[in-house]
Design a protein around this ligand. Sequence first.
Ligand SMILES: [Zn+2]
Length: 459
Amino acid sequence: MNNLKVKTTFFCTNCGAESPKWIGKCSSCGEWNTYTEEVVEKKSQTQEKEKIWKSAKSEKIIPKKLDEVGTLNTSRINTRDNELNRVLGGGLVQGSIILVGGQPGIGKSTLLLQMALQISTRVLYVSGEESEEQIKMRANRIGNQNKECFVYTDINVHNILKEAVKLEPNVIIIDSIQTLVSPYIDSTPGSISQVKECTGDLQRFAKETNIPVFIIGHINKEGGIAGPKLLEHIVDVVLQFEGDQHYAYRILRTLKNRFGSTDEIGIYAMDVHGLKEISNPSELLISPDDDQLSGSAIAASVEGLRPLLIETQALVSPSIYGTPQRSATGFDLRRLSMLLAVLEKRCGLPFGQNDVFLNIAGGIKVTDPSIDLAVVAALISSLHDIHISKKVCFAGEVGLSGEIRPVSRVEQRIQEAARLGFELIFISGYKSEILSKKNFNIEVKMLSRIDDLLRDVFA
Ligand SMILES: [Zn+2]
């Protein structure tokens, strides 16, 4: 009788925590109503799982003298993609497991298929999402250079690992973790217990065979990778592929890296042939200054470790309806509301009677607070219909009392602006004595408050 009973467990859909019974509030992450019931074990299967791969490469692990342990740097694989190498911390580490997350349709498969076709080593590309023919069509568009790129379409993680042992690839790509199933678990692909189990199998495989494994994971509505945060703890590296589907630019961000810094970003542009590496992103994110339109200002921003000059565009127009509209693309809407409130309160500018639309050029999501000053300049420019020269740029955070706060890496920003031929940069005047003594190939003006901006830029 008891044998017929199916074993189920409750999982938190936010963090992946387990509980034998349903609970309203997750004790692990504190979220409410996140627990769902899932079947975890097959009813007939309780004995020890068979070892599904006999690894040729794995050796028995015995205690070693620290002197005899090799360093990680010696075993990095060049992916032939400079941006990807950069975010991985200088290439792909043997035996590592890398999660590439992002919204569906953003280009994760293209990114990794392109790497599989460029890299000069044997790759196994496993897809549970597309047929072999669909992958072939995409590969033809990208241009196939790697004769050692194998495709395999299966969703059973044990079959995949058995094939991998036979093929002996040097890199494995899984597209995607949400399609995989373990035969030991009854729940559906994409459920938390399946994702957990399959990732665990892939992780053990990577460690024992020393073959690096890329896992593609779709981001859910809440922005978490593959649902459970738990995945992020299992893997060595978490990369996030970001961008707006309506624009060509994509940013590859490192959220976690056991083998390098998390400050690096990679920048790509998507076209019909795939993703192009952008080594000089600043020049691309600024539109030409032909039209002399108002409402646009350039921010000397830093994303990761890279300086990035980005155009901010604002449209301010009188509200037709009672409630003024606020809309922001690539910029936090609450932050925009805060900046508008500061402008209204500290400078008496009548944004309350106007609709405000803000856009960051290229569809790039900016996390650097230094973009505030350019946003404020673009807003005032549109309100007063005064054009700001495209030879001028801004770097400063705006505080609640209208003060302009200093930002990190200000010298790097100034140098990048100078390199790109800008003639004037506005920065915070706070603690800038050292900077004012330096010689830059660009005029540097210090501002303490937004009032100074009004005086110096819009007088
Ligand atoms: Zn939780």
